[in-house]
Design a protein around this ligand. Structure first.
Ligand code: ZN
Length: 198
């Protein structure tokens, strides 16, 4: 049963298709948007469109960025021989927030999950191996401590070990099943400092 106009229904259903937005929140947001001044609505829609059109993957580490090479990879002060492997750009941001990590990153954009049908070919693993053909001293695996994160860590360490490059895994200061992005900086640093060789 449709209680609203077609246009409102359309807006509500678009908003409801976003992650974490249920039917009620979608309605609340829709009516909020309808009450906003037109220019603010324009700013919002332009911001969404421009971000979608201009944000791309860094050619080195595959994080989301505005340029061909992200500011971290472009920074010559960083230690380019130490590569921290993370599941997504939000995890990268969590480690960057600590301000203590001086190496670079590699963003997988996911984790291996046989349950969800996500295999090694579905994340940026091939790109990591290509990167490692250049000089690398250490690969720090900082995937989440979920089943998927651990599976991915094991898989990566098996792939890299034969190359002789040092592979480490962040320590379990990170709670089991915990998403890196929600963990405080002290815990993240402790996990990084306590990393062990695989
Ligand atoms: Zn980069």
């Amino acid at each position: 049963m449709d209680y609203y106009s077609k246009q409102i229904n359309r807006l509500v259903s678009e908003l409801a298709s976003l992650p974490g937005i249920g039917a009620k929140s979608a309605q609340r947001l829709a009516f909020h948007i309808l009450n906003m001044p037109t220019e603010n609505v324009e700013q919002l829609s332009v911001a969404i469109l421009e971000a979608r059109n201009h944000v791309c993957y860094c050619k080195e580490c595959f994080t989301l960025t505005d340029d061909e090479i992200c500011p971290i990879c472009a920074n010559q002060e960083r230690d380019h021989d130490t590569i921290m492997v993370v599941e997504n750009s939000r995890d990268l941001a969590a480690y960057e927030k600590t301000g203590k990590y001086t190496g670079v990153y590699h963003v997988l954009h996911g984790a291996i999950s046989p349950m969800l049908g996500i295999g090694p070919g579905d994340i940026r693993l091939k790109e990591l191996l290509q990167r490692l053909q250049k000089d690398a001293a250490e690969v720090i695996i900082a995937t989440n401590s979920s089943l998927e994160g651990e599976t991915t860590a094991m898989y990566i360490s098996k792939l890299i070990k034969p190359t002789g490059i040092k592979v480490t895994r962040i320590a379990s200061g990170v709670p089991v099943g915990g998403d890196l992005e929600y963990i405080d900086e002290v815990t993240l640093l402790r996990a990084l400092e306590g990393r062990r060789v695989l």
